[in-house]
Design a protein around this ligand. Structure first.
Ligand code: CA
Length: 623
């Protein structure tokens, strides 16, 4: 977008003390148009531009193109905003479209709006799926590839690596420098915590208080650097999942000083916090009072709650997602706090994205620990209230909770490995359990290694489970280094800098020599698992068959018509176990041989299998 602003004054008071005031107040300007550009050939021919500038609503608009029709302009409470409803014809060509803002016959401002050509196969882009393994990165904390962007003019918070909640200088370049490290472990997708501008005065490093939806934070890089990173990822077979936040913005968002309308936000007489009780949305007995607080209460003092019932704001955010998909070439979106905004607005958003990109994928952060409440949020679940979220994928919080405890406990009716078994037994609730993201930790939860009491054997069992169970595995940077931060004592503990990501670091854990023996063992184990998983159709698509845990041993199979993988989780601490397999005959009778995929050893007698104490055994079965 290029804007050339000619400003004029419309002096209403021509003399006296208020003259100068009136001169400034009434000038008409165009400061920005969003989205800054668009594409031809979209499924939806409609485009709504938000024009922002002093008194811009007082102008008349002309679009100088025979292929773009200005259907209407929409004024809101604040005259500094004007919304332009455009219709782009099928015959539109890429190029510049002049849009003129007029006062009478005079052009006040002109915007050279660009229509671009879409990338090849943009519509058919393949989203992340159960074929993938996701690596989550907090960009400020991973690697500082460009120390020159640590502090940028106009950015309120300066870099301070000593401050646990300060900005540490990590950036997109740092990620791009270490793509081979990520790829070598077998990951095929990256999810980044939000990269959009967070120009907040403090604690701006995590990305969840967005102050400009259309720009990458200057301390992480530029919009073009983000696109380049996505291109580099794609060249290495790595998909990019972008984190988005629609429930709230940062209180230093540029529109906060000059809101389009009072109802742009959910506003209260005094600060009102969400009760975070997400069950109110699906609970048939919930009071309106409680539900209103869940949905309209603010997530935090510095995070104003966006009102997605405002159709202009909803459309702004929907187009913003589409803009990033097209601009950067994304393969997925992770939506923050999915159940907190207006649920109909979110469903409309998901539907619009999937209409434009039918093979795309979206995972919602739906932090709900019971499948009975979580299933409400997956696309096509037959909710009694008729609600359909249109959200294809969910974060599997119930399984994450079970994983933190399962390997620490002896088996009992509802303890130990039975926790995993029971969570999976709830899969009848989900329309698509294969599209759940299975994760042991993320940026909000204590490190798995902390919960496992720094036991490498338990860690390996958890990794084996995540890599072989149904769904889409996701780890968090530092999982592979056995980071053991205690999330209960603050988020800084689970968002530590990756050692070696900064030029001055004494330890470089990106290389084997910079890691402890245990860390190398963990990385080797994850690499073997994910490398096997990458090529395993059975683990991507196979059905699940599992047997009730007995004597600290949980056995399950993933299987297709003529292929199967057997997984034995032996949580007993004492000694190796001889597993008599007659109990598994309903599937095992079809197979004669097996290969232990971690040791490479072949197994010619499947009637008894030796399972070492506190370990996972993964066997590829053959006829
Ligand atoms: Ca930097």
């Amino acid at each position: 977008m290029r804007i050339t602003t000619l400003w004029v004054t419309m002096i209403l008071i021509t003399q006296g003390l208020f003259g100068a005031w009136a001169f400034g107040k009434n000038k008409t300007t165009l400061k920005k148009i969003e989205p800054m550009n668009w594409w031809i050939g979209m499924t939806n021919p409609n485009l709504q531009l938000m024009a922002y500038g002093s008194n811009i609503a007082k102008t008349d608009v002309k679009v100088l193109s025979s292929h773009i029709r200005l259907k209407q302009t929409i004024k809101v409470e604040n005259p500094n905003y004007l919304f332009l409803d455009l219709v782009i014809s099928d015959n539109a060509k890429p190029g510049i479209v002049p849009i003129q803002f007029m006062a009478g016959k005079k052009v006040i401002a002109n915007c050279n709006f660009e229509l671009k050509t879409r990338a090849d196969n943009s519509k058919q882009r393949e989203g992340f799926s159960s074929k993938d393994a996701i690596y989550l990165i907090m960009p400020d904390r991973f690697a500082n590839g460009n120390p020159a962007n640590d502090d940028r003019p106009g950015m309120l918070e300066k870099a301070n690596r000593q401050a646990p909640y300060g900005r540490h200088g990590g950036d997109l370049k740092g990620i791009s420098n270490h793509l081979d490290f990520i790829k070598a472990m077998g990951f095929t997708a990256i999810w980044l915590n939000p990269v959009q501008e967070n120009n907040q005065p403090a604690a701006s490093y995590h990305g969840y208080a967005i102050t400009d939806y259309y720009h990458v934070d200057a301390r992480l890089g530029t919009n073009n650097e983000f696109k380049q990173l996505v291109d580099q990822c794609q060249a290495k077979g790595i998909k990019m999942i972008m984190d988005m936040v629609f429930n709230h913005c940062g209180d230093h968002h540029w529109w906060m000083n000059d809101l389009p309308s009072h109802d742009w936000l959910n506003q209260f007489e005094e600060f009102t916090r969400s009760n975070y009780r997400l069950s109110t949305v699906s609970d048939p007995y919930a009071s309106k009072e409680d539900l209103k607080k869940t949905i309209e209460g603010w997530f935090d003092n510095s995070m104003p709650d966006l009102n997605l019932q405002n159709p202009l704001l909803l459309n702004y955010l929907i187009q913003n997602s589409i803009w990033w998909i097209e601009h950067a070439g994304l393969q997925g979106i992770r939506m923050d706090t999915y159940p907190y905004p207006d649920k109909d607005g979110m469903a409309t958003w998901a539907q619009r994205i999937l209409t434009e990109y039918p093979n795309f994928n979206i995972v919602g952060e739906s932090w709900i620990s019971q499948a009975s409440k979580l299933c409400y949020w997956q696309k096509d679940y037959p909710n009694k209230d008729g609600y359909n979220s249109h959200l294809p994928s969910l974060m599997d919080f119930p399984l994450m909770e079970a994983l933190k405890e399962a390997f620490n406990e002896a088996d009992a009716w509802d303890k130990g490995l039975n926790r995993l078994y029971d969570v999976l037994a709830d899969d009848h609730l989900y329309p698509d359990p294969m599209n759940l993201v299975v994760f042991p930790e993320n940026h909000d939860i204590g490190r798995l290694y902390f919960f496992l009491g720094n036991d490498l054997r338990k860690f390996k069992m958890a990794m084996a489970f995540i890599a072989t169970i149904r769904g889409i595995p996701q780890l968090y940077y530092g999982s592979e280094l056995l980071m053991d931060g205690n999330g209960f004592e603050g988020h800084a503990n689970i968002r530590e800098d990756f050692p070696g990501g900064w030029p001055a670091d004494k330890i470089n854990a990106f290389t084997p020599g910079g890691r402890t023996n245990d860390q190398n063992e963990a990385i080797d184990y994850i690499t073997k698992l994910l490398t096997y998983r990458k090529e395993s159709e059975v683990l991507h698509q196979g059905k699940l068959l599992h047997f009730i845990p007995e004597e600290e041993v949980y056995v399950y199979f993933r299987y297709l018509e003529d292929k199967a993988v057997m997984v034995i989780l032996n949580n007993a601490d004492a000694s190796d176990k001889k597993i008599i397999t007659i109990r598994f005959a309903e599937i095992l009778q079809e197979y004669n041989h097996g290969k232990d995929i971690m040791t490479g050893k072949t197994i010619d007698d499947l009637s008894t299998i030796i399972s070492p104490a506190k370990s996972a055994t993964i066997i590829e079965l053959t006829k």
